[in-house]
Design a protein around this ligand. Structure first.
Ligand code: MOS
Length: 734
């Protein structure tokens, strides 16, 4: 039986997904289901003076209208609303809590009805009188009031002085607008009131146990009384890391009506939740005459809400990535009258590395150096911030293989030097970097005498392929065919798991499977050694392997006993083991994934229309469990990067504090016609330090650097540098 790890195994849940068998949060049908619809604030800041629900209540089929005035009791303290992914500073948002309006699009009433159409119609009839206060939603208008957070860890040397003496210098400001995740699946929850206070909740989330704890806190319930499931998630990109308000409101409705309630948000209401914060990135780079970096100065200014301090690491990458004797960074926050931003697609890095990698390109131009050559001259085998060596770093190989696959050597260095008919051709490149994170995850494996294994964990599969890699790792560790493995995920009653985020799930869950499978192997060995004439006598657990339905000596596969025989001998019907990933923070190594991205754009010289015709993303991310799902992760992330570079931007009318394009017709994302040739390469990167299988995780690494590579290609094609995203044709024309 061949190993499945490292192969292009198709998704084990693929059939369920394409045939419609897979159920999402809003698909669970139960008898007596009532439906909710949310009324959201049309003004930005102030208080609700009066809510008139009489017209809504008069509609036949309407069951109730809940507001802060008449809702059932909910927690009031910050701690009641605790969630694992909440920012450290501030107070979490509490839906329908009081008469305060903190942002445009805030939920202010919940209409409950016998069916969805009635609920939605009645929601339009709820009259709300507001008292409005002055507000600010524009980051650029609040720069005088910013606050510095994340004090520089350890500024290296004296960046200001080094900049002063630099032979070549580049200093500029880059801008990334607010972006929305826009997953296909809308936020939704189906809350089943089981009687006796027990709730079963199907919620769209990246972390069922996080939602379970949160709901228990908000409603003062016991963990045993709340079960949260999210077996399938139609994309989230970070928006489902924190519990969102639909789960609170659906639960509120179910508790009030004492019957099941479903609440699915509308697409425009998705813009009242989490998003990537607009961020200004100010960077200065200085190089010496040899074309090596000597000074890095980085300052990020990002927006947050008035009630929470959300921030991610935009600024730190510049200090870490390249060799430079002098470096400093700072991160500042500006409070605006908006909903709290959140994690989105490599938060911090997608934005921070965008600016860094554009700046490196501009520095290369100033030095008259090939941009790839500049990266190689500044290459570092140590994390420059901590000084630690990497557990593994094959970035050099990413550059080499990526450049070769792309044909980088054939690039003419001067801008506007390459053409294809009426189109200017531009080639740009960038580096990507992300953290190789791990979290404590647990799994339970039940191996039955018929050679079947069930593997379970509360971990989520947000479309990333977790079901499949769990089955692969378990199949290989237990020596059974992958078809004999059943995987259960995303149920809060299963063994402990953190949210699926940060690209940490594969490494964490695989580690736990390895541990649980180790325990199973130990137990099988000890039973096998009691069998008369056992060929395994005297062997230690580390000296045997599970393969082909048997346990065998690692060095001599002929010394083997079938697992079925062992279980029969031991009168075992099943062996059940639950273990956690005993990941220990190793403070002797830096742990990161890396990538090299190469982009080709073709730009119509007359019209300025930009097409991304080719991308190569060469990724070093440790061992790849599934080359098919991992490549899908990376190419999907590249599409996200194309969106970031050329399309995505939430446009707010700052006179009203309201997003003008809260829909997926006017909030542009790449469509099929925008996505052409994407070549994903996984560079071999053995890592014996990071965890037993050498897994680092993919997903987020796929987007980091992509927007910079495209922006750099646009410069190369046109000679025009656009620093604020997205690069639209009007900006090329300026
Ligand atoms: Mo990711 S932005 O941690 O879901």
């Amino acid at each position: 039986m061949a190993s499945t790890i490292g192969t292009a195994t198709s998704r084990i849940d693929g059939r369920a997904k394409v045939t419609g068998l897979a159920k999402y949060a809003g698909d669970f049908n139960v008898p007596n289901l009532a439906f909710g619809a949310v009324v959201t604030s049309t003004m930005t800041k102030g208080r609700i003076v009066r809510i008139d629900a009489s017209r809504a209540l008069a509609v036949q089929g309407v069951l109730d209208v809940l507001t802060h005035d008449n809702r059932p009791k909910m927690g009031s303290a910050d701690k009641d609303y605790h969630d694992d992914v909440a920012p450290e500073g501030g107070s979490p948002f509490r839906p329908l809590y009081d008469d305060r309006v903190r942002f445009n699009g805030q939920p202010v009433a919940l209409v409950l009805a016998e069916d969805w159409e009635t609920a939605r119609f009645a929601a339009t009839l709820v009259g709300i009188q507001y008292e409005s206060e002055s507000f600010a939603t524009d980051l650029h208008a609040r720069l005088e009031q910013v606050r510095t957070i994340d004090k520089p860890e350890k500024p290296r040397g004296d960046a200001a002085k080094a900049l002063g003496r630099a032979a070549a210098r580049h200093e500029a400001e880059y801008f990334i607008p607010a972006e929305y995740h826009n997953p296909m699946e809308l936020f939704g929850a189906t809350v089943v009131f089981d009687g006796g206070g027990k709730l079963t909740i199907y919620d769209k989330t990246q972390g069922v146990q996080n939602v379970q704890r949160y709901v228990c806190g908000v409603f003062g319930l016991k963990p045993d009384d709340v079960r949260v499931m999210s077996p399938f998630v139609g994309g989230a990109f970070g928006s489902g890391l924190r519990p969102q308000y639909q789960v609170v409101l659906a639960t509120l409705g179910a508790l009030k009506l004492k019957r099941p309630v479903r609440l699915v948000l509308t697409r425009d209401q998705m813009y009242g939740l989490s998003y990537r914060p607009a961020t200004i990135e100010r960077i200065a780079l200085g190089a010496n005459a040899g074309g090596r970096l000597d000074a890095v100065s980085y300052q990020a200014i990002a927006m947050t809400s008035q009630y929470e301090d959300f921030s991610r690491n935009d600024a730190g990458w510049a200090e870490l990535l390249y060799t430079s004797a002098n470096a400093r960074y700072a991160h500042k926050l500006a409070r605006l009258d908006v909903a709290t931003p959140g994690d989105m697609r490599a938060p911090g890095a997608a934005t921070g590395v965008y600016a860094l990698e554009c700046a490196m390109d501009e520095l290369a131009v100033a030095l008259k150096l090939d941009p790839l050559e500049l990266r190689l001259r500044c290459y570092s085998d140590r994390d420059q911030a901590s000084g630690l060596p990497y557990s593994s770093k094959q970035l050099r190989e990413c550059y080499r293989q990526g450049a070769e696959a792309f044909g980088w050597a054939k690039r003419s260095p001067a801008p506007r030097a390459m053409r294809d008919g009426s189109e200017l051709v531009g080639w740009g490149m960038a580096t990507g970097v992300w953290e190789a994170l791990q979290m404590p995850f647990s799994t339970r494996i039940v191996l039955t005498a018929n050679g079947h294994a069930e593997v379970s964990s509360a971990a989520s599969d947000i479309g990333t392929g977790t079901y499949t890699i769990v089955a692969q790792v378990a199949a290989d560790m237990l020596g059974v065919p992958i078809d004999n493995v059943t995987v259960k995920l995303a149920d809060s009653s299963l063994p402990t798991a953190q949210v699926e985020g940060g690209s940490w799930t594969a490494a964490s869950v695989a580690h736990a499977i390895v541990n649980a499978a180790d325990d199973i192997r130990k137990e099988l060995l000890s039973v096998a050694q009691t069998m008369p004439g056992s060929p395994l006598k005297g062997l230690k657990p580390g000296e045997v392997v599970l393969a082909d339905g048997a346990i065998a000596a690692g060095h001599d596969k002929r010394r083997a006993v079938a697992v079925a025989e062992i279980m029969r001998h031991g009168k075992l019907e099943r062996i059940e083991k639950e273990r956690s990933s005993d990941f220990k923070d190793d403070d002797r190594h830096a742990r990161n994934t890396h990538s090299a991205i190469f982009a080709e754009v073709k730009i119509d010289e007359e019209l300025g229309v930009i097409r991304v015709t080719r991308m190569v993303n060469a990724v070093a991310a440790g061992r790849i469990i599934n080359t098919k799902t991992a490549a899908s992760q990376v190419s999907g992330s590249v599409v996200g990067g194309i969106g970031m570079a050329l399309h995505e931007e939430a446009l707010t009318d700052h006179a009203f504090g309201r997003i003008m394009n809260a829909n997926i017709a006017e909030y542009h994302v790449p469509v099929n016609a925008d996505v052409q040739d994407i070549n994903v390469i996984f560079v071999d990167e053995p890592d014996s330090v990071i965890n037993p299988m050498g897994i680092k995780g993919v997903g987020e690494i796929g987007i980091v650097g992509v927007a910079a590579a495209i922006a750099n290609a646009v410069y190369h094609a046109t000679g025009k540098r656009v620093r604020d995203l997205p690069i639209t044709l009007d900006k090329l024309d300026r």
